[in-house]
Design a protein around this ligand. Structure first.
Ligand code: B12
Length: 469
């Protein structure tokens, strides 16, 4: 490895010798194993940001995105099913009566693609959900066999939320890095690859980051926009404030600049990744959406992370419509005031209803107003979810169940991890919502399936009524 490099600088010279050529980087979004998965506007955004920072430092970067979508089945809004294959369940999930699958390309296909690439010096592997770590571990081992000289770095949500487990599981890795340790990553690259990085942003100013390296992906059906990191709310089920203790926001001008940039490359659909997009909306969301509405072309915008109804007044609702939000996803979580206040106390019924009135006034139909209800919280009775579905139906909007998952470093996880049906703290594989870890006699797996059908029935009744009109 060191034979690639030659020292730089004279006797008084600079401390670090400069390599003869910049190290080659390969960034990989691994395939995953799960009981169910669908590309719901998912994108390896963190990996593409890091790739872009390295590229700005002069390192050549290539990407392998194993999470291929069936293009023939992609929806008009950009979502679509991943290619998938049935696989046997790992022994520890043997009791779960569901089919296990690998989503994305097969290990064989990955190795074939890897062999066509120039041997990398540095391999970056991300891991998005904690319970998807197995695919990332396999990829790291395949890379280690094919590229014994390469330095392998693992980042993303799994090493951030389950650092100790990740250290044990990624035997082939040279560095396992949580989200808040980007400085350690820069130092590793400089020391291990003997290359001076001149641009080392610390993520406290998002406006100076280069746009993520989406151009290195094979297809670009939508572009996710990271509008902030962190969150001002402290919902007890959510890990955001652990990962990013203070909130950092981009300026509206920087987000608009990114939209214009990708639009010039043919992108029409944009997806907001933000945990509190509407917080302090006079300073951020309103000016941003006004600017987008003023563009000489139309774009489509989606928000898979729900917005907070408390910030939706008439002007906000109209700005959603004018800027291109094709639908609005909103959080309700529960109609039980006790659950509401226990999870974060963000919205009351009166506030929620005001938001729905405003959105309807702006022209949104019930199919376009999608409201998330939390299902499967520890000790939650199923009737709580049923009441929320009925409430949403009475308001003429569309209910969606968001199944609770225990997430390390959250207050709710700490409080209830010992009463879960599975040892959720021992292995992140048990943090998958498909396992319904807080089923109890007051809310069984059958109740959950019934409620899912019930929420869907309401949706199909809605489209049935439409058809008849
Ligand atoms: C956007 C988002 C989504 C999107 C897609 C995410 C994606 N990237 O594809 C959608 C809406 C689909 C989604 C869905 C879900 N999500 Co989500 N989501 C998020 C959110 C808000 C942002 C993630 C993100 O992309 N951030 C932006 C990037 C830039 O940051 P990052 O990934 O952390 O990367 C940073 C570093 O880690 C680093 N990095 C990343 N990779 C690498 C690699 C290397 C080598 C290096 C050096 C660095 C590095 O770079 C970045 C800058 O530091 C997070 C919360 C959060 N604030 O992070 C939750 C979060 C990841 N989601 C979560 C959950 C619970 C879910 C759902 C299960 C919700 C539900 N009940 O349905 C579903 C599951 C989806 C599924 N099964 O497909 C949990 C995690 C759960 C877990 N056990 O892992 C989180 C943490 C939120 C929470 N509640 O606490 N989600």
């Amino acid at each position: 490895m060191l034979s690639f490099f030659q020292p730089e600088g004279g006797p008084e010279g600079r401390s670090r010798p400069k390599p003869m050529r910049a190290p080659r980087v390969l960034a990989i979004n691994p395939y995953i194993y799960d009981f169910a998965a669908y590309n719901f506007w998912s994108n390896p955004l963190g990996l593409l940001y890091v790739s872009s920072i390295l590229r700005q430092n002069g390192l050549p970067v290539e990407v392998i995105d194993c999470m291929r979508v069936r293009e023939d089945k992609r929806k008009l809004d950009g979502r679509g099913p991943f290619i998938k294959e049935k696989v046997p369940k790992p022994e520890i999930l043997g009791v779960v009566p569901k089919q296990y699958r690998r989503y994305g390309m097969s290990p064989g296909e990955f190795v074939r693609i890897l062999e066509t690439r120039t041997a990398p010096d540095l391999v970056l592997i991300t891991s998005i959900m904690t319970y998807w770590y197995q695919g990332a571990v396999e990829i790291s081992e395949l890379v280690r066999q094919a590229c014994p000289q390469a330095k392998i770095v693992i980042g993303g949500i799994y090493p951030t939320l389950c650092h100790e487990q990740a250290t044990l599981n990624f035997k082939a890795a040279d560095l396992i890095i949580p989200s808040n340790a980007i400085g350690t990553f820069y130092k590793f690259v400089e020391d291990e690859l003997n290359y001076t990085l001149s641009f080392k942003p610390m993520l406290d100013d998002l406006d100076i980051l280069p746009y993520p390296a989406h151009d290195l992906l094979d297809t670009l059906p939508f572009v996710p926009l990271l509008t902030s990191l962190g969150c001002v709310f402290r919902c007890t089920y959510c890990a955001t404030s652990f990962m990013y203790p203070s909130m950092t926001r981009r300026s509206p001008g920087s987000v608009l600049g990114e939209i214009v940039h990708w639009h010039l490359q043919g992108v029409r659909r944009f997806v907001i990744y933000d945990d509190s997009f509407l917080y302090s909306s006079e300073d951020f969301a309103k000016p941003l959406l006004r600017k987008i509405a003023g563009l000489p072309y139309a774009v489509d915008i989606y928000n898979p992370n729900a917005v907070n109804a408390a910030f939706i007044d008439q002007e906000m609702a109209e700005l959603f419509a004018r800027s291109g939000f094709r639908e609005v996803r909103i959080g309700l979580e529960s109609v039980d005031p006790a659950v509401q206040s226990a999870t974060g106390g963000k919205v009351t019924e009166a506030v929620f209803e005001r938001a729905i009135r405003a959105l309807k006034g702006a022209g949104y139909s019930r199919e376009q107003l999608k409201v998330y209800i939390l299902a499967g919280l520890p000790r939650q009775p199923w009737q709580d979810v049923k009441r929320a579905i009925d409430y949403l139906r009475s308001l003429d909007v569309t209910p969606y169940l968001a199944e609770y998952t225990p997430i390390p470093h959250t207050p709710m996880y700490e409080q209830f991890k010992d009463i879960a049906k599975f040892p959720v703290a021992e292995d992140a594989i048990y943090q998958n919502n498909a396992l319904f870890p807080y089923a109890w006699e007051g809310f069984t797996e059958d109740d959950l399936n019934r409620l899912k059908r019930y929420a869907k029935e309401k949706r199909s009744q809605v489209s049935g009524e439409r058809k008849n009109n």
